[in-house]
Each structure stands twice: as C-alpha cells, then as structure tokens.
Design a protein. Structure first.
Lengths: 148, 81
C-alpha cells in the first residue's frame, strides 16, 4: 500500500523531503511515451502545503513550536491515510509534518495525493486534513514576537 | 498499582510536567485511569471533559483493560497542521 508518513525537524523544504519519499519537488511532466493501458496511472496529483501564518489572534509571532507524540502521530496518520486510500481508491498518499519550530511563511505540513481522477483526490485531501486536526496528537504553541 | 501517563500540549503545561503518576486498583480499566487523573491531579480535571486516553499509541475505549507495561497518554485538544 502506497502510504508514507514522515516527521521532519523544522520546516519542510525541498531539501528536507527524503530522497526516497517519491515526492517530486518539480512540476510534473507527462512521460514521453505514456502507456495508455496502465490501470494504476494517476490522472491527478494534488499537493497541499500548510504555511505558518505571521500572527496568532492578531499578535505577531516569531514561530510556531510543534510538539509531536511521534509513534502515535505516525500511526494515526497512517491509519487515516489507509482508510481513505481504501475507501476512495487512491493510488498514494505521502505526508510530511514538522516537529519543532517553524517560522512564518515556512511550510509545516505537506500532503501529496495521487488518484485516478481529481474528485477523489480533492475529497481525500479535505478529509485527511480535517481528521488530522481532530485525531492526530500534534500540538502547536506560538512563540510571540512581543514577549522577550 | 501505580501507572505513568504521558502529557502533552496544554495538559503538560497545566500539570507543569511531561507525565504524571496515578494510583489505581489492580487490573484497572481505562475509565479507572480517567477517574484517577481527575481525582489525583486537580490541574487536569477541567481537561478531562474533552481529553482522550491513548493506550499503546491508539485511542482507548473506557472498558479496555490496562496492563502495567502499557504506554498511556492523555491526549487533549490537538492542533496539528
């Protein structure tokens, strides 16, 4: 089953993406000779990047500090991804989430979903994020700029 | 028996500790751990309305039995992403 969950220290940058993660950091290009009969070939690849906002409740921040209960967070994300993959017939889900400090405008969450068609990829993305925010043990604490 | 419960986020700040101990009868259920947390750690009592207990990295049902070697964690409101 094509599910990959990775927790990364600090922000998620192209260099932070594991080399063997299967995630492309460059735009997709169609293959020169696309085999038309490959049944599992994706027709949609959806990428979501969650960025740290510069303020929390109207107060400027220096960073968000993410605390992760690693073994459970990984297990929960794998479980959510597996259920969506099976229900919607997705081809793959790859998740990277930050641990520790991430500054404004930096990426703390990246999700890549591939599917045969866009509809199930879009549905899966929305549902995965909703469930992550409800059931995955990760906590963020703002580090405010106006506190010494 | 005495069991250790991991704390994170707001609950760790409320208890001023990354873990607390609870004293419970032998062969407790998850509901006994919840009751003990609320009774023995008043700083956490307000969190118990929404917090969930996890056993060995999965959310646990109230009727689940708990073994001495289980890893227990109190999972309050999460805020990932």
């Amino acid at each position: 089953m094509n599910i990959r969950v990775t927790i990364i220290d600090g922000p998620i940058t192209p260099s932070a993406v594991p080399a063997d993660s299967g995630i492309s950091t460059t735009p997709a290009r169609p293959p020169a000779t696309a085999p038309p009969t490959v049944p599992a070939a994706p027709g949609a690849r959806l990428t979501f990047e969650g960025l740290v906002r510069p303020d929390e409740d109207g107060r400027p921040i220096l960073a968000l500090d993410y605390q992760v209960y690693d073994p459970m967070a990984t297990r929960q994300m794998e479980s959510i991804a597996r259920a969506l993959l099976e229900e919607l017939g997705l081809l793959s889900i790859t998740i990277l989430h930050s641990r520790g400090q991430v500054r404004p405008a930096q990426c703390s969450l990246r999700i890549d979903i591939t599917a045969r068609h866009r509809a199930e990829a879009i549905t899966a993305m929305a549902r995965f994020i909703d469930q992550l925010k409800r059931d995955v043990p990760i906590w963020k604490t703002p580090i405010f700029a106006d506190i010494g | 028996m005495t069991l250790r419960v991991l704390l994170f986020g707001a609950e760790a700040r409320l208890a001023a500790a990354p873990a607390v101990q609870v004293h419970v009868p032998d062969r407790p259920l998850i509901r006994d751990i919840r009751d003990a947390l609320a009774a023995q750690h008043p700083a956490l009592s307000a969190s118990m309305a929404h917090a969930r207990l996890a056993r060995n990295h999965a959310f646990a049902n109230p009727d689940e039995p708990v073994s001495p070697d289980d890893e227990l964690a109190l999972i309050g409101l999460v805020s990932g992403g």
